[in-house]
Design a protein around this ligand. Sequence first.
Ligand code: SF4
Ligand code: FES
Length: 224
Amino acid sequence: MGTADSASTPATAGLDTAPSIEPRPNGPFRVSNVANLLNARGEVLPTKAAYSLCRCGHSSTKPFCDGTHKTLPFDSSKLTDGSLNRREVYHHGRLTVFDNRGICSHSAHCTDELPAVFRLRQEPWIECSGADQTTVMAQVRRCPSGALSYSLDGVEYRDWQGPPRIFVRKNGPYEVSGGIVLKIGEPEWGEGASSEHYTLCRCGRSKNKPFCDGSHWDGFEDGQ
Ligand code: SF4
Ligand code: FES
């Protein structure tokens, strides 16, 4: 199966100036060359060429790291057993929707905005025939985590176009888009995940670090 729409993935040349995020072991996300850091109100936060973002959930200067992780038993290990990390497929006509529950950040865009297709507590939970093809594809593109993607006539669409950007979701994860290089090993990515957009845990509770797994819903408040 081919893939398309991947032009936003940065070129490998000039990697020292490429936007990147490095998850530091038991420490923050070290971000380089990403000026477009937005808070939940859509305001651009002042940054330097390199800065550190909190991922233990306890910094007093969120979203930035203040070093608090050093005083905690913060463990950035991946703890999931991997049982949710598999891509399910849902077909209707020319359209196939892919879904990996293991990397969903539970933003609820899909279930809130298109409940006829993304159906809470029903089986199958994705029913592609619940809306026209264009509407389903547009909704899939609003999935911030990359849990959802689609193919049309056998051509897979998983990476979108857009400038490098980190959006700090209120009481939730970092929503990263625009092909910012995440410096992790290949096996750490979820099956079928996009490396162009993904969500990173900043509450410290995810079992699938560095990615968000929705655990922030259990009471994480960032004071934004
Ligand atoms: S992250 Fe994607 S799949 Fe998960 S709830 Fe949000 S839109 Fe739906
Ligand atoms: S921010 Fe979603 S699990 Fe931590």
